[in-house]
Design a protein around this ligand. Structure first.
Ligand code: GUN
Length: 292
């Protein structure tokens, strides 16, 4: 069993990005610039955005944080999105989710110019990904693919079972793995809460991507020997052993599943770290106008 180490890979990718930024600067080009809109003071969102700002520093990007209070109107937020769409100095930007209930997240996502949508949430990017066209791929699916590539895991002709059909993980990762090329050319099955044969499907899987948000869902009796397991779960559960008062739990019963695996991602230290780095990859692509 080999552990897929998100810490090592994310550090390597970040260093590669920083080297490319140094190269851009030496050629007289401008630093990539990521802006983030943060509404309110939700602890989780504050932590995520602080991490993104720190990642920008590490990569040599410029970053701008724009804050609004929880009672901001949809109109004000849309006006800010429009301002960033037009701001030529900003290469890409994100609006941290979730948003307060008076604001339609979908409306905001659709208002972001797809050429600056480094989250890859705008329907233009989602559609282009599903067509196999160059686009901003959203962070979690991109992070999963990066890990598969870095560990040279074969996907052609393999049976991939994706557990979960969310718009941000299950659907796009299934789509990407069935595209022509590498990583891709896989036979992909998506199972979800209405599926009657999850265990049977998993037992025939060469690769399982677990993204349903139920701690410890995937058990040893659901996987075959030599399987590759990618755990996308990050459920926060209360813990008296950590400073923060919670710990992250994956969707995989790691201790019993790991001995049967050829490769497995840990939680924490697996996919989660890669999602942060994928946003930086997209910002570099936006800054170098490599896609649009
Ligand atoms: N909230 C949790 N994850 C994300 C993300 O990847 N992007 C944005 N914009 N909000 C999030």
């Amino acid at each position: 069993m080999q552990l897929i180490d998100g810490k090592v890979v994310s550090k390597a990718v970040k260093e590669e990005i920083a080297a490319q930024v140094r190269q851009m600067i030496s050629e007289g080009k401008k630093r990539p610039h990521l802006a983030a809109i943060l509404v309110g003071h939700d602890g989780g969102s504050e932590t995520y955005v602080a991490g993104k700002v720190k990642d920008c520093e590490d990569c040599g990007f410029t970053s701008t944080l724009i804050r609004f209070e929880n009672d901001v109107t949809e109109e004000t937020l849309l006006a800010e999105v429009e301002k960033l769409n037009k701001n030529e100095d900003v290469d890409g930007f994100i609006v941290q989710l979730p948003l307060p209930k008076q604001i339609s997240e979908q409306k905001i996502i659709e208002a972001i110019d797809y050429r600056k949508d480094v989250d890859g949430f705008n329907p233009v990017n989602v559609g282009r990904v599903s067509l196999g066209l160059p686009a901003f791929v959203s962070a979690t699916p991109d992070g999963i693919l990066e890990l598969i590539k870095r560990y040279k895991i074969e996907t052609a002709g393999k049976h991939v079972v994706v557990i979960g059909r969310s718009n941000i993980v299950g659907k796009p990762v299934a789509n990407l793995l069935m595209q022509k090329g590498y990583p891709g050319n896989a036979t992909v099955t998506v199972v979800h809460s209405f599926s009657k044969d999850i265990k049977e499907q998993c037992l025939t899987a060469d690769i399982i991507i677990c993204a349903l948000g139920k701690p410890g869902f995937l058990k040893a009796d659901m996987v075959k020997d030599g399987v590759v397991v990618i755990d996308v779960g990050t459920t926060r559960v209360p813990s008296d052993k950590t400073k923060s008062g919670f710990k992250l739990m994956g969707d995989v019963a790691f201790d019993e599943v790991a001995p049967k695996c050829s490769y497995i991602t840990p939680v924490p230290g697996g996919v989660g770290l890669m999602t942060r780095v994928s946003l930086m990859k997209n910002t570099l692509l936006a800054g170098s106008k490599a896609i649009y």
